[in-house]
Design a binder for this molecule. Structure first.
Ligand code: FES
Length: 107
């Protein structure tokens, strides 16, 4: 059974609406994206050939990999072409001007 473990990552003002930024959280490279003042966290590693999604583009909720154009919904981690491919998503929350990311099983 996994326990929720929200870790402080950043001040809210370091991630502007409509942008994304890479953070290392508990040893994991997590890409945070902000749209409509919601924060979403996904694994930074593209499952195709491992490129950094942080170097890609964010269009609303969709991040596109810079290497070969695979795209993912930051809300669900779902690949936009194949339902069989998705990336890890991390629950995020904004509280008192700070961004927290849930890394299950981290104490
Ligand atoms: S490595 Fe991301 S699309 Fe190929």
């Amino acid at each position: 059974m996994s326990e929720d473990s929200f870790i402080l990552v950043s001040n809210e003002n370091e991630l502007k609406n409509g942008s994304m930024k890479l953070f290392n959280v508990a040893g994991k490279n997590i890409l945070l994206a902000r749209f409509n003042d919601q924060i979403y966290g996904i694994s930074n590693r593209c499952p195709h050939m491992g490129c950094s999604l942080a170097n890609g583009k964010l269009n609303a909720y969709i991040v596109t990999c810079p290497c070969h154009g695979w795209s993912f919904d930051v809300r669900t981690g779902q690949n936009q072409r194949s339902k069989d491919i998705n990336i890890q998503v991390y629950q995020c929350k904004l509280q008192d001007g700070k961004i927290y990311v849930n890394i299950p099983d981290v104490i």
